[in-house]
Design a protein around this ligand. Structure first.
Ligand code: MV4
Length: 449
């Protein structure tokens, strides 16, 4: 096992990793920017090294400085968390050159899955169901139009380097196709310097259901149930839950097995997520693979009983998975609400500032992952998510009731937050009946968009 791990992240995920390391008897090194000298991760780690100015590109994204800090502190491994360098294949290559273990998959795999049209092609060849569409990438509008006519409208035009909705357009008909293709493509060129596009049939009002997988270096792969992440606003997830209330035990089994097959097809290692679109008829399609631990991993931890961060560290150190598929039982229902420092009345603008008063709820079946504290000043340079509330109970209704009462107890003063909006979502009749799709927020709260 590793003796010392450097955590190349900040916020609640850095805290989460520090705590697991402490449980496992592993020393921790935090890295921090000049804006984070009073941050909790800087204080909680065994050692902390300042790696540069506030701007992410000068600190948390600065590969040379992070590797220098790793070598100087004699850490043997880096946990990247999510965001920042977690899916940067160049960084993984640099780690390898420095003989530092990257807690995650290989550089090759990150690159392969980061290229969405290549990932799609790989999955088609592995017999994984994908949305009907192109197998080869397209670069040229006229050629794309011919392909679109074969697929049938509406079609979704997607950038190969995309994600988070960037470089993505729906085309309703032949007439609007060229304009949409050109807009999506130039967005992709501007954002990613890549004009590679692909097409899919547009799936109407789907659910976003993703399956957590975990793989070791010996080819063992398990699935740990699914998460329904349909409740999003502008591609930012707000509520995640496990299990998904729209799928039968039989479908769960099928999606889980499909996710394992997808992971095995690429020789995956460490934690990963297979994203599916689930349509109204119960058909599901591979969309993307995320090659990192995700923000919403706690809901899976709670229903599966597996500590995913601990498992990531174990498999990176060369240990086999600590659980086999038949030992994994999904129990009860877990829900996560993301609490952001933002102004819901002003188009959810980020709202940094000082926390003047905070009361963090607790109790049976309540978990709070956060890195904020009373008097803490939220810097304006990073993500606005400041807390994740996760609840667990025997069934979905009890979990919703628990989340509503937990949010009712939560007090954060000094900065604007989305707590009231989360409270509204949880009390929504359609949410409560499980009638949710990726369009839930725009359809129910259109004035907020
Ligand atoms: C789709 C889709 C419908 N049909 N693909 C949005 C982000 C990107 N990762 C993929 N996305 C979508 N792809 C086809 N063929 C609908 C979406 C989509 C979406 C997906 C997941 C969660 C929220 C979403 C919100 C709008 C659109």
């Amino acid at each position: 096992m590793f003796h010392k791990i450097l955590i190349a992240n900040r916020g609640e995920i850095a805290i989460r990793i520090i705590r697991v390391c402490r449980e496992m008897g592993i020393q921790t090194v935090a890295v921090y920017s000049e804006a984070d000298k009073d941050a909790l991760h800087t204080q909680l780690a065994d050692e902390a090294i300042c790696i540069g100015p506030a701007a992410s590109k000068d600190s948390y994204l600065n590969m040379e400085r992070i590797l220098s800090a790793t070598i100087a502190s004699h850490a043997e491994a880096i946990h990247p968390g999510f965001g920042f360098l977690s899916e940067n294949s160049k960084f993984v290559e640099m780690c390898q050159k420095c003989h530092v273990a990257f807690i995650g998959p290989s550089a090759d795999l990150i690159q392969k899955m980061g290229n969405k049209s290549e990932a799609r092609k790989t999955m088609i060849e592995a017999g994984i169901p994908v949305v009907p569409g192109t197998k080869e990438p397209v670069h040229e509008a006229q050629e794309a139009l011919e392909k679109a006519k074969e697929i049938g409208f509406p079609v979704m035009i997607k950038a190969s380097s995309g994600g988070g909705g960037k470089g993505m357009r729906v085309s309703e008909s032949e007439e609007d196709f060229m304009d949409n293709f050109n807009m999506a493509q130039s967005e992709s060129v501007n954002a990613f310097a890549d004009d590679t596009m692909y097409l899919e049939r547009y799936v109407q009002r789907p659910r976003h259901v993703e399956v957590q997988i975990m793989a070791d270096k010996f080819g063992n792969v398990v699935h740990l149930g699914e998460r329904d992440c349909s409740i999003q606003r502008r591609h930012q997830k707000m509520i995640e839950e496990s299990p998904c209330c729209a799928i039968s035990e039989e479908l769960r089994q099928k999606m889980g097995e499909t996710a394992v097959r997808a992971a095995k097809a690429v020789g995956y290692e460490n934690a990963g997520t297979i994203e599916f679109l689930l349509d109204k008829s119960g058909e599901f399609f591979f969309m993307e693979m995320n090659t990192r631990i995700q923000v919403e991993h706690p809901v899976t931890e709670w229903v599966s009983g597996v500590d995913l961060i601990k498992e990531q560290i174990r498999v990176a150190a060369g240990m086999p998975l600590s659980v086999s598929q038949d030992e994994i039982q999904i129990t009860g229902h877990a829900i996560e609400c993301r609490i952001n420092a933002e102004d819901a009345d002003r188009h959810f603008m980020p709202c940094p500032g000082t926390i003047e008063n905070i009361h963090i709820p607790g109790g049976n079946g309540v978990r709070v992952d956060t890195a904020v504290y009373n008097g803490y000043t939220i810097p304006p340079y990073y993500d606005s998510m400041i807390m994740k509330i996760i609840v667990h109970d025997r069934d979905r209704k009890s979990a919703i009731d628990k989340m509503i009462s937990t949010l009712g107890e939560l007090v954060i003063e000094g900065v604007k937050t989305n707590i009231d909006f989360q409270y509204e979502l949880l009390n929504n009749e359609d949410f409560q009946s499980g009638d949710i799709t990726t369009h839930f927020i725009p359809e129910h709260y259109e004035d907020m968009e």
